[in-house]
Write a protein that binds this ligand. Structure first.
Ligand SMILES: [Zn+2]
Length: 320
């Protein structure tokens, strides 16, 4: 493309007295990113040192939120609740009262159902500790980037049901944003329409090419659906980490879906097993195996599309 443009400019220059495109103008109009390039770019930016580890209630957290808001506006998502994408909540840390901010957007479905699917990922991480920035590339810039990829995809090819996108704050240290969201009376009508909450938290790293889907132990109707998704998945999609058996390492309340679990509302969680960089300053963009991450993000998109298509049957089986 660039070679063609240069030839075209040379041809124009040969027959016209003035240059029509300067090199600086060419540089100002880069080609749009592919969805895969955008996915990686979102993680790279959200896990850069200048985000200072995205601690809830911190300037770095606010910088990350501004970036995500810009992306939501660029994709063209409408607020899910009221006139704003931003939904602040208060919490206490030691003697201080701090503010976190959830972001709630929606893409309307093309069908007639009032039922909705909720897709969720937390954008906060653990900040700076002892002078070291905890970048949280896998945890959870990866989940936010996948959510944005799905939002962009659904904006161009609309879902059947309304899809609520919840990019929540304050997950680290207590699922604060997700808990505030489900407890908010203003959110109740959306909560009641939500048939299934799909949570992404840490989906970019696995030496074994494995992504887990947790939830079917509690919601048995998930199992055949996850089996079908696994058959088409571009990674090894395993099920587990959702039962109280001692060896299972139960994740049922370990991320934002825990707020739904405590209300006995259906959820499914996608994530990888812990790795050596988990909650370390070395959870960096450069440590992400890009090939696995692209396939993992494609898998959660496939799953989200499948849940949307099947949501009426899911609602019947889940009694919602
Ligand atoms: Zn996390």
């Amino acid at each position: 493309m660039r070679a063609f443009l240069l030839l075209a400019i040379a041809a124009l220059a040969a027959c016209a007295p003035q240059p029509v495109i300067s090199p600086s103008q060419m540089a100002a109009t880069p080609a749009p990113l592919t969805s895969e390039q955008q996915l990686l770019e979102d993680v790279r930016i959200l896990s850069a040192d200048n985000m200072e580890g995205r601690l809830v209630g911190s300037p770095g957290g606010s910088r990350a939120r501004s970036y995500i808001l810009g992306r939501l506006n660029e994709i063209g998502l409408a607020p899910a609740l009221g006139a704003s994408l931003e939904h602040p909540f208060q919490f206490n840390r030691q003697a201080d009262t701090l503010t976190g901010v959830n972001l709630l957007a929606m893409i309307p479905g093309t069908g007639r159902s009032n039922r909705a699917l909720l897709v969720m990922a937390h954008y906060d991480h653990v900040g700076v500790q002892n002078g070291k920035v905890f970048n949280g590339a896998d945890d959870n810039a990866s989940g936010v980037a996948a959510l944005l990829q799905i939002a962009a995809s659904m904006k161009s090819r609309a879902p059947l049901h309304d899809v609520i996108f919840a990019i929540v704050d304050g997950e680290e240290g207590g699922l604060r944003g997700a808990r505030a969201m489900v407890a908010d009376p203003a959110f109740k009508p959306l909560l009641d329409r939500t048939v299934l909450a799909v949570n992404f938290d840490m989906i970019s790293r696995s030496d074994k090419n494995e992504l887990y889907a947790a939830g079917a132990y509690h919601f048995t109707w998930l199992k055949p659906r996850l089996d079908a998704i696994a058959a088409d998945a571009k990674v090894t999609l395993k099920q587990g980490h959702d039962s109280p058996l001692p060896k299972d390492q139960d994740w049922s309340t370990q991320s934002d879906h825990g707020a739904f679990h405590q209300l006995k509302r259906p959820w499914v969680y996608f994530g990888v097993e812990d790795h050596p960089d988990y909650h370390k300053p070395t959870d960096d963009f450069g440590a992400i195996p890009q090939d696995f991450f692209l396939r993992s993000a494609a898998t959660v998109e496939l799953a989200t599309r499948a849940f949307d298509r099947d949501l009426e049957a899911i609602a019947q089986e889940a009694g919602r």
